[in-house]
Design a protein around this ligand. Structure first.
Ligand code: MG
Length: 266
C-alpha cells in the first residue's frame, strides 16, 4: 500500500513541546501493550462457554469453533464489535449441527450479548504504564499507533487516561511498513534512535523494522490473531517480559554498542 493511502487518523497533533527534528521517537502499540484487551476477550469467552454448557452443549468444542470463526472474520469485518454477531451465529449454528440439536434464538441472543461485552467493558491498564511513559517523555517523542475499529480505539484511549502523555495519537486500519514510514516522516522521527514497542511480532515489530525502526516485543498474553506468522524479521529485536522494564532497557542500549541483543534473528 502506498504511504499516501496509509489512511492515518491523527487524533492529537504534536503537543506544544519543541522537539529537535529529527527526534528520537517511541511508537507504542496500544491493545495488550498499554492496556489489556486479552483479559476482556477471555472473560467474554468464559461467559459464552457457560451459556453454551447450560444449554447442554460441549463447551470445549464451542471454544474451538468460536475462535476459528472469529479469527476468520477479523479479515472480513476488522477488529471492532461488528464481527461478533456473525462469528457467534456461525459458531453456534455449527455446534448445534454437530450435536444434532436445534438452534435456539434466545440462546443466540444471549451469546451475542455476552460476546459483545468485551467491547463495552473498560480495558485495564498494564501495570506501571504511567511511570514508563513519564520516564520516557523527557528523552523521546511519544507516539501511540493503534490499529482497529476507530470508534472502539477512541473509546479505549479516552478511558485509559493516557492521551496526555503522547505527542501524537494515530489510528490506522492495519499496520504495515508504509504506515510506520508515514508516521516517522509525519513526526520527524530520527530512525537511528527510534523504537516500535508492542506485543505483536506481525503487527508491531516486523513492519516497523522494515521501515527502519528498532523493535521491542513486550511479551504480553496475546490474542491468537497476533500469533499468526510474521514472516522473516529483518534483523534483531529486543524482548521484554514487562513493559515496566522499558526505560532501563532503552537507557542501557543508549549507553553503548556493547549491549548484547537478546532478540531472535531470523
Ligand atoms: Mg497489540
Amino acid at each position: 500500500m502506498p504511504a499516501e493511502e496509509a489512511n492515518l487518523e491523527i487524533l492529537r497533533p504534536r503537543s506544544g513541546r519543541r522537539r529537535p527534528s529529527p527526534a528520537p521517537t517511541i511508537i507504542f502499540d496500544a491493545d495488550d501493550t498499554l492496556w489489556v484487551t486479552q483479559w476482556l476477550y477471555d472473560q467474554a469467552e468464559q461467559e459464552t462457554r457457560l451459556i453454551v454448557e447450560a444449554a447442554g452443549l460441549d463447551g470445549n468444542r464451542w471454544d474451538e469453533i468460536f475462535q476459528e470463526h472469529d479469527r476468520k472474520n477479523v479479515a472480513r469485518f476488522g477488529f471492532g464489535p461488528g464481527r461478533i454477531p456473525t462469528s457467534v451465529v456461525a459458531a453456534y449454528t455449527q455446534l448445534c449441527e454437530e450435536s444434532g440439536t436445534t438452534v435456539r434464538i434466545d440462546i443466540l441472543g444471549e451469546l451475542i450479548r455476552s460476546a459483545s461485552s468485551m467491547f463495552r467493558r473498560k480495558a485495564p491498564l498494564v501495570g506501571g504504564v504511567q511511570d514508563v511513559l513519564e520516564a520516557l517523555r523527557p528523552d523521546y517523542q511519544l507516539v501511540l499507533l493503534t490499529k482497529g475499529d476507530p470508534r472502539l480505539q477512541r473509546k479505549r484511549i479516552k478511558e485509559s487516561g493516557l492521551a496526555r502523555y503522547f505527542d501524537a495519537i494515530v489510528i490506522v486500519p492495519d499496520k504495515n511498513p508504509d504506515v510506520f514510514s508515514k508516521v516517522c516522516t509525519e513526526f520527524g522521527a530520527d530512525l537511528s534512535r527510534s523504537w516500535s514497542v508492542g506485543n505483536s511480532l506481525p503487527s508491531d515489530i516486523a513492519p516497523a523494522m522494515r521501515a527502519g525502526l528498532r523493535g521491542v516485543l513486550v511479551e504480553a498474553n496475546s490474542w491468537n490473531y497476533e500469533k499468526r506468522d510474521s514472516g522473516i524479521i529483518p534483523g534483531k529485536f529486543e524482548k521484554l517480559e514487562r513493559l515496566r522494564d522499558l526505560p532501563q532497557l532503552l537507557a542501557r542500549i543508549a549507553k553503548g554498542p556493547m549491549f548484547r541483543h537478546e532478540g531472535l534473528a531470523s
